[in-house]
Design a protein around this ligand. Structure first.
Ligand code: NAP
Length: 269
């Protein structure tokens, strides 16, 4: 029975833990925090073993999931490196720190997976991109898939640089949709609907569209065309989006996110 240890258990780790307790035995899970107060809170909430002793936790674990803020990782790795070896799988959900940087800090070859989940993980609706280095075995990849499948959808990418693209599409993506919804609700309110109704219709429309897109076999442009009758109202709005270069706006935004991810990574190289 594999033991999974979270090093750092704030927002992201808590989301993953709440998914894992539905699929794994609680005694397979360990979590560490900086303060005893957080450790006690977490133990009470999830009924799992928690500690502030990272080395002790890593010693007991087969899979170590690093979930601290990026500026904490170097110190943490130095602290636990004596307990790491090639039989243990390290999964880093830390944004922006390349695998080679972690290996340099460890001063040893290790099996490392980089994971980029997103915030809908709290509702077990995450989209997680995963990348493995050469040391990761097939059975370790399966374990990583089963961990992140507990909080939503997972996909493996074949190059580490593609994690920056995952960041630009799904990591940062929830905020793009929030902005779009914020604007739609604001305009519907300005056009006469009361604020609460405008917000409810906007959210329900986003949910309905996402569910339709997920359930359908058709591609996204076919779905759009189906609800765009020639000469109809939707066509007017879509034509306005196209004439105003919506694609250019989205292209620039996604490149800006990916470029920022690259820049952050380069600072940790
Ligand atoms: N949130 C997201 O949407 C998202 C998405 C993708 C990736 N990530 C990545 O997830 C990581 C964690 O983000 P978060 O939002 O979950 O952060 P967070 O809520 O601030 O949690 C950080 C956790 O780390 C613990 N910690 C700090 N120093 C530690 C140490 N030396 N040893 C053990 N535990 C320590 C903290 O313990 P205390 O509570 O005791 O201080 C806390 O439990 C980040 O690297 C981020 O890049 C986040």
């Amino acid at each position: 029975m594999n033991k999974i240890c979270f090093i750092g258990a704030g927002n992201m780790a808590s989301s993953i833990i709440s998914g894992l307790i539905t699929k794994f035995n609680r005694d397979q899970l360990i979590a560490t925090t900086k303060t005893l107060e957080s450790a006690n809170k977490l133990a009470k909430k999830y009924n799992i073993y928690t500690t502030t002793d990272n080395k002790l936790a890593v010693k007991q674990a087969d899979i170590i999931i690093i979930c601290v803020k990026p500026n904490m990782v170097k110190e943490l790795i130095h602290d636990i490196t004596s307990e790491l070896n090639t039989n243990k799988l390290i999964i880093s959900v830390v944004a922006g720190i390349p695998i080679n940087t972690i290996l340099n800090w460890c001063e040893q070859q290790l099996a490392i997976v980089r994971a980029m989940p997103n915030t809908p993980a709290v509702l077990l609706e995450a989209a997680t991109g995963l990348y493995a280095n050469e040391q990761v075995s097939e059975s370790q990849k399966k374990m990583a898939t089963s961990i992140f499948s507990a909080i939503g959808h997972t996909e493996w990418v074949t190059e580490e640089s593609l994690i920056d693209v995952v960041t630009a599409v799904s990591g940062s993506g929830p905020a793009y949709y929030f902005l779009f919804m914020e604007i739609m609700a604001k305009i519907a309110n300005k056009m006469g609907l009361d604020k609460s109704t405008a917000i409810k219709f906007t959210k329900q429309t986003a949910l309905g569209a996402a569910k339709l897109a997920t359930a359908s076999e058709q591609d996204l442009s076919q779905l759009r065309k189906q609800v765009t009758s020639p000469g109809g109202t939707t066509e007017q709005a879509i034509t306005s989006f196209i004439d105003n270069n919506l694609e250019d706006i989205i292209t620039q935004a996604m490149h800006a996110a990916a470029d920022r991810a690259k820049l952050i990574s380069s600072k940790f190289k």
